[in-house]
Write a protein that binds this ligand. Sequence first.
Ligand SMILES: C[S@@+](CC[C@H](N)C(=O)[O-])C[C@H]1O[C@@H](n2cnc3c(N)ncnc32)[C@H](O)[C@@H]1O
Length: 218
Amino acid sequence: MHPDFWLQRWHDNQIGFHQDKPTPLLLKHWPAIGMPAGATVFVPLAGKSLDMVWFASQGYRVLGVELSPLAIKQFISEHGIVPEVRASKYGTHYIAGNVEIIQGDVFALDADALVDCSVVFDRAALIALPPDLRQRYAREVYSLLPQGCRGLLITLEYPEGEKQGPPFSVTEAEVHALFDPDWHVEVLERRDILAQQPSFAAEGVTALDTVVYRLIRR
Ligand SMILES: C[S@@+](CC[C@H](N)C(=O)[O-])C[C@H]1O[C@@H](n2cnc3c(N)ncnc32)[C@H](O)[C@@H]1O
């Protein structure tokens, strides 16, 4: 997916993926990750997600990465934040309290950028990417995370070809193909959400599951 696609989505305010509260499945499953307060949570493809605010409210540090300057501008203005701003080889860093968001390309990160991250939260990130980029993302971004790093990954699954992504359907088999053997992959929950997502049914999708995974970097 070309970066311009996402910049245009933000420009046109086509951000149906944005939620006006923290992700309920995050709140439900976070205890299973067992991450002490003070840890740094990596939030790739962060948007202006309120999950970042929730993590900060729970005493975590947050490192978000987001391509769109507009998303970050909105995050800052909607939370009345006055960030410190600095530039690095990764992009422009906006830092306020426990939250740091890099405006830049997630594929430009290196291991140094993620060295302090003990956990990754992936909601609408892996599934925002088409198949070839998903492989690159697992190979070039997840692989930068330190040993022992944990992850909470939320995906969607719907029958092949019933809808054009994003969001893309990513099967359990694909999650294993992407992350085995570097990550231990475990399903925490699979839930049928078709009835709660009328826009999918309106597009002709006949089945829709969300799946929550716990990942542990070996
Ligand atoms: C579907 S949205 C999800 C946002 C957020 N995770 C949420 O739950 O609301 C995907 C986001 O990834 C951003 N994005 C896409 N490709 C990116 C890349 N290569 N590097 C950083 N951000 C990217 C887009 O601008 C968009 O805001």
